[in-house]
Ligand binder design. Structure first.
Ligand SMILES: *[C@@H]1O[C@H](CO)[C@@H](O)[C@H](O)[C@H]1NC(C)=O
Ligand SMILES: *[C@@H]1O[C@H](CO)[C@@H](O)[C@H](O)[C@H]1NC(C)=O
Length: 458
C-alpha cells in the first residue's frame, strides 16, 4: 500500500519536475550523460592515469611520513566532496558532493578508468532535497546503487527552485528557547527524519524504496557477497545498526545500546560490522543525548570504534582514545582498521583529523596520514586491496574536502628495502618524528566544527 502510494507520488513528482523549462534544465544535469557513452579518446586513458607515478612527499597531496600511500592523486576539486566508495570491481566511485548546482549534498559518480581532470562528475540523485551515503550493489554491470535522501518528501511546484530544496538544519535557525540554548552549546549533526534509503539504477532512476519507517534511515552499505545491506535507523527510538537483505526483507537489529551507532561497514569476510558509536555514560550526557535526539540532532564529539557480528553477538569496543574516532574501514586482511581521529591534537593540530590504523583487538595503533592541521577521513580500501580512497583537506583550505586516491602500500618497510636500485634516501619517509614532537599545536577553533559531515551546505 505504502509503496504503491509512494510510486504514484514519484510519478507525479517527476512529471512536475519536468514541466517547467527552467526546472528541466536544472534537474537535467543528471540526465545529460544518459546517452553519452565513453568517447574513443577517453577509452584510451583506461586506468592508465592511476599508474602514473607522482612525486613522493610533495607535502601538497602527499605528506612526509605517509609511507603506506604512494602515487597520491586528487580525484575531485572544488572542496565539497566526501564519502567516495568503490564499486565492487573498483572501476567507479560513488560519492556525495555539494556545490555542482545544489546547496546540499547530492550523489555523484566518478569513473576511475578516466583521468578525473577529463571527466565531469555524473549526478545520480534527483537534485531534490538532501542526500547522504551512497553505495554500489554488487553486480557485474554495476547497474544499481543505493543512497539515502528525502527527495520523496519534498513538495515542489512549477516555481520551485530545485537547487534550494535542501533540508533545513535545525540549528541554522533554531526555534524556541530550549533549542536555541542547545544549539548554542553544542556542535550538532542533523538526523533528518525523512531520510530513507533508495535503490536506483545507474542513471538515477528510482527502482525501490528500501526503508519506509518514520525517522532517519541512512548510511547503507552492501555486504562483500552482495546479499545484505547494513544501515543506521532510528526506528527503535535510538540510532541503531540493522542488517537486511538487499531487497529490503529479513530485517535484523544488530545493536541495541543508547547512543549513536552508525557509519558501519561490513568486514571483508562479511561476518562482522565495524562502526563508530557515541555512547553517553553520565546522567548529564544521557539527558543531553536524549534531548538533542528529540530535536533530530546528535552531537558527535565523542566517538569510539566498535565491532560486532552481523547477528548482534560479540560486540567489542576497539578504541579508547577519546575525542572523535570514526569512519572506520577494515582492510582486506580482516584484521586492521583504517579510521579517522582527532585525538592527538599535540601532533596534528587542534581540530585536525588524521587517518590511523589499528588492529581489531585494539593493538598496533599507527598514524597513516600526516600534515599539520589537515582533515582526513572516509577511508576505503579497494576490494582488490591495491588502493585507498579517502577525503582530505590537503591541497585546499581546512574547510574544503576533496577525494584522493593512492596506491596502498601494505608493508612499506618491505617495499623500501634497498633491493631496488633506487637510492635509499629518496624512499625513506622523513616525517615519522611528526607524530611526537615537530608540530606545535595550532589554534584553529572552528576547525572541529567544520569537519565530520560538515560538507553539507550552510
Ligand atoms: C591542487 O589543486 C589545484 C587546484 O584545485 C590543481 O590544479 C592541482 O592539480 C592540485 N595538485 C595536485 C598535486 O593534484
Ligand atoms: C549563546 O552564547 C553566547 C555566548 O556564550 C551568549 O552571549 C548568548 O546569549 C547565547 N544565546 C542564546 C540564545 O542562548
Amino acid at each position: 500500500m505504502v509503496l504503491l502510494r509512494f510510486s504514484i507520488l514519484v510519478v507525479l513528482a517527476v512529471a512536475g519536475v519536468f514541466c517547467g523549462d527552467e526546472k528541466e534544465f536544472r534537474i537535467r544535469t543528471n540526465r545529460i550523460w544518459e546517452q553519452e557513452e565513453l568517447k574513443e579518446d577517453q577509452k584510451e586513458f583506461s586506468g592508465r592515469w592511476q599508474d602514473l607515478e607522482t612525486t613522493p612527499y610533495d607535502n601538497i597531496v602527499h605528506f612526509d611520513g605517509e609511507k603506506h600511500l604512494a602515487n597520491v592523486k586528487q580525484l575531485t576539486f572544488g572542496g565539497m566532496n566526501a564519502e567516495g566508495y568503490f564499486s565492487f570491481d573498483n572501476s567507479k566511485l560513488t560519492l556525495q558532493a555539494t556545490g555542482y548546482g545544489t546547496d546540499c549534498d547530492q550523489i555523484y559518480e566518478l569513473d576511475l578508468n578516466i583521468d578525473p581532470k577529463l571527466q565531469t562528475l555524473r549526478r545520480i540523485s534527483t537534485g531534490l532535497g538532501g542526500t547522504t551515503c551512497s553505495y554500489f550493489y554488487k553486480e557485474a554491470d554495476n547497474n544499481h546503487r543505493l543512497y539515502a535522501g528525502n527527495w520523496w518528501n519534498v513538495k515542489i511546484d512549477d516555481k520551485t527552485d530545485v537547487s534550494k530544496t535542501c533540508p533545513q538544519k535545525k540549528c541554522a535557525n533554531p526555534q524556541g528557547d530550549e533549542l536555541k540554548q542547545l544549539c548554542n552549546t553544542s556542535y550538532t549533526w542533523d538526523i533528518f527524519p525523512d531520510y530513507d534509503i533508495f535503490k536506483v539504477d545507474r542513471f538515477g532512476n528510482f527502482v525501490q524504496r528500501l526503508t519506509d519507517s518514520p525517522g532517519y534511515d541512512a548510511e547503507g552499505v552492501v555486504s562483500p557477497d552482495g546479499t545484505k545491506i547494513a544501515f543506521t535507523s532510528i526506528r527503535s527510538g535510538d540510532l541503531e545498526l540493522y542488517v537486511m537483505n538487499t531487497d529490503g526483507t529479513n530485517l535484523v537489529q544488530v545493536t541495541n545500546e543508547l547512543g549513536y551507532d552508525g557509519g558501519s561497514f561490513f568486514t571483508p569476510d562479511g561476518k562482522r560490522l565495524i562502526f563508530r558509536a557515541s555512547r553517553p555514560k553520565t546522567d548529564a550526557e544521557i539527558a543531553k543525548y536524549k534531548k538533542l535526539l528529540s530535536y533530530d540532532l546528535v552531537e558527535p564529539i565523542a566517538m569510539e570504534l566498535f565491532i560486532v557480528d552481523i547477528d548482534g553477538k560479540n560486540m567489542r569496543q576497539i578504541t579508547h582514545l577519546g575525542e572523535a574516532n570514526w569512519a572506520p574501514y577494515m582492510l582486506n586482511d580482516n584484521k586492521r582498521i583504517v579510521f579517522s581521529s582527532n585525538y592527538d591534537t599535540a601532533a596534528n593540530g587542534f581540530g585536525a583529523f588524521s587517518l590511523y590504523m589499528i588492529n581489531d583487538d585494539g593493538t598496533g595503533l599507527e598514524q597513516i596520514t600526516f600534515g599539520k592541521n589537515q582533515f582526513n577521513s572516509f577511508a576505503m580500501q579497494s576490494y582488490d586491496g591495491k588502493k585507498l580512497v579517502w577525503g582530505s583537506s590537503r591541497n585546499g583550505t581546512m574547510y574544503e574536502l576533496n577525494l584522493f586516491i593512492a596506491d596502498w602500500i601494505d608493508n612499506p618497510d618491505a617495499t623500501t628495502n634497498p633491493v631496488v636500485t633506487t637510492p635509499v634516501v629518496t624512499s625513506t619517509p622523513k616525517g615519522q618524528e611528526t607524530t611526537t614532537n615537530s608540530y606545535s599545536s595550532h589554534s584553529l577553533p572552528s576547525v572541529a566544527t567544520s569537519t565530520p559531515k560538515g560538507q553539507e551546505s550552510e
